[in-house]
Design a protein. Structure first.
Lengths: 252, 252, 252, 252
């Protein structure tokens, strides 16, 4: 039970902080508003913000649930036998609910700034991802490849330290510093691979907030772009399954 | 006694370095002066500076006082029983005195640059926070939510490492690296949640310097905006109490 | 055998993520596109991206191969006796194949954005390095000096922690955090020493992708600048050999 | 003997990498050239570069000499009894020689770019610090206060971890990660306190390169500003002695 709560809380924190940095950069009149429309500095700031959102989500959830915060991670861990399959639906449900609550909180925090911003596209961007150049096949491929890379690398992360003493191996918990590697991986993946689709690399992070976008009475909102919505869901899932398969293959 | 000194010194360092980066970015003719008025890069720089101010304040104070440096943290720790309630007033007094001394030091360091700057608003910003869009109810909510998030996450931080050996758990001090998580949390909270009010998330950090602003003979200063001053005090306190209550509730 | 695979995978990750951040910054219409042509922010972003590419390449490969990911490191380690000379050709071959695969992946990920970009020079930059000011002798010297510095410093890195207990020294694995120092060294070397040639500091990272650039049907591509290609190969090798020689000399 | 070499090498690395990032940002036509004259992004980049220069200088020198790399640190450590006074002149001489060699290397690396740059002031900045607003008394005060803060905080850094086992305290070496705190302190001090004078906070870092500036045949160079040169020497020394005195006073 505790691990279900932890996934819910961790994903709420992840999406609240992650989408808030997008709001802070893209909406008008915020402290960090990208007035000169310099996408480079905007993207660097957003990448740092998302990386730290991961850091905080992981540090809260890790001791209880292992801090997946992403259906792709949950499925990957089930494939390698780290968690039982029967817990997967509960994890994924919590992640979706958390991402929905997180994105409601972003809207509540930045409501006045939504009013100051005209662009419908920007308003959607604070909930869900969208590609720089629309090209469904290529966008799908981009999500597959980004998530493949993220999941494959994550499978090699070792959160704990280790010491060998009298032929026994002891595990060393590194405290909250153990949440740092996941955060740095996300920073690198967004900076390098995010140029095309955003990227979601997490179906809950994208679909949950998109549902909220379509429901909330956001001032001057436009389409929730349902047409695109399957890509940041199926792309990441495909990438995750392929990466985990390769990992299992290489292990043997 | 030592812990009272440590809180005083830590908060002095926190506010001196934290408000100095604001001065370096916002005042005219400094090395880091935001000449092109690019709020995105300004905010990124300020966020890093504040995060490192936390790093340094914590590393000095932690071994002696636990490095609260913030009345919200002190009250939260008293609520969960980590410190006795009777020490709370001494901690909070030290934090206020430290934040006042720290902000005097900022003024002394950047005095010539206050002369070069016209904006009364900028001069106040180097002492205390102010909202991007004035809306008292929403600004209050923003401070509550930011501090809620900060305190809730901070309660899950584990500064030390741990190793299990022959059924006993040994704690591992990680040296000054243990101050890193608090610093990263602040970086993330400012980048993501700071777009609306600044944010204070610390009554001492805001009210102490505001008092100093109203007293010091700052060249061409304007109003200390007392009208707004209760928000970065009561908002953080409310957020802290709510977050700690939720933490206690979840623990049981 | 496993170590050969690890070098291949690690270098693939290194070049895929490293050159992808260059694509994200330099190509048109990406999320991080440097629209205002601000080379300072562009270079800062690229430096962070490359540093994190190193972080991820190292974390995957380190437990299996020691994560050289660079012929200069392999030759240096053979010189100091850390690895046998007869394994060197296998390591270097893997690194070249990995860098070639990595750069193909960059092209696949950013293909639509190559179409949107006119500059032939930018298209080449996403594969291989080129100097700011062409001056072969000085460019060669720049690669020698950058790589000298990188290799010399890297030879002093200690990835593991250590504890002395009852007169015996025990090594402590710090998990994935152990990949951080290499990443920070690359960040510093690129930020400080990269102003002139790029810099490659790694023959595989430069020559492998240059071969791919000359082969792939890249939209509107120009010359692969073979004229310059020997500098980011021989410069780094020279720098590496000199640095390792100095290290060996100082050790005695 | 080894510790003298280590200080020399460490300070060479520190000044070579530290002043190189200044060259990369300020000179014309480099990869990171600050074309839009945006001092905020320039300063952020320079701060990161200097912080990483410290990281690398410390990681090389620490195991042999304790990595002072700064006469202020050496004098402070002698005052608290960490090193004997009779070794102080040897340390300081090495630091000056290292800083001189380091700044020659910067010039060799960026020679072509000195030719492309007109400003005499910028050319000097790549060697030594200069204030934003000339005001000798205040500039002196700024150096005192910056160095005071740096030295005072540094005295509280603990590079090693610690574990208590059967009533004995064992020290844990954290490998190269132990160099991180010093690097982060410099990052914070430069970002926050550097707006006025640069700042030197290290007499060797400023005077050594200034001597080199006056000697080298730099294309189109101007005055070495000897008039100002005593401030970044006496200011830091004063700040260091005051900070160490306060530290000793607080310890008792």
């Amino acid at each position: 039970m505790k691990q279900i709560y932890a996934e819910f809380l961790g994903t709420t924190i992840l999406v609240f902080l992650g989408n808030s940095v997008v709001a802070n950069v893209l909406l008008s009149k915020t402290k960090c508003s990208n007035k000169n429309n310099d996408t480079s500095i905007g993207w660097l700031t957003i990448s740092f913000g998302w990386a730290l959102a991961v850091f905080m989500g992981v540090l809260v959830a890790y001791p209880y649930s292992g801090a997946h915060l992403n259906p792709c991670v949950t499925i990957s861990y089930a494939m390698i036998g780290k968690i039982p399959w029967n817990i997967v639906p509960f994890y994924i449900t919590s992640q979706f609910l958390g991402s929905m609550l997180g994105s409601i909180m972003v809207w509540l925090l930045y409501k006045d700034y939504f009013h100051e911003t005209d662009s419908k596209q920007i308003k959607l961007s604070i909930f869900s991802t969208s590609p720089s150049i629309k090209n469904k096949l290529h966008n799908f491929f981009s999500e597959v490849l980004s998530t493949f890379t993220f999941i494959f690398i994550s499978l090699y992360v070792t959160i704990e330290g280790v010491i060998h003493f009298q032929e026994i191996e002891y595990t060393i918990g590194l405290g909250t510093l153990g949440a740092l590697p996941s955060s740095l991986i996300i920073l690198g993946v967004i900076l390098s691979l995010g140029g095309s689709t955003g990227p979601a690399i997490n179906p809950a992070r994208d679909l949950g907030p998109r549902i909220i976008h379509s429901i909330l009475p956001i001032h001057g909102k436009g389409s929730s772009d349902w047409d695109y919505s399957w890509i940041p869901v199926l792309g990441p899932l495909t990438g995750s399954i392929l990466a985990t398969s390769l990992y299992i293959f290489l292990l043997n």
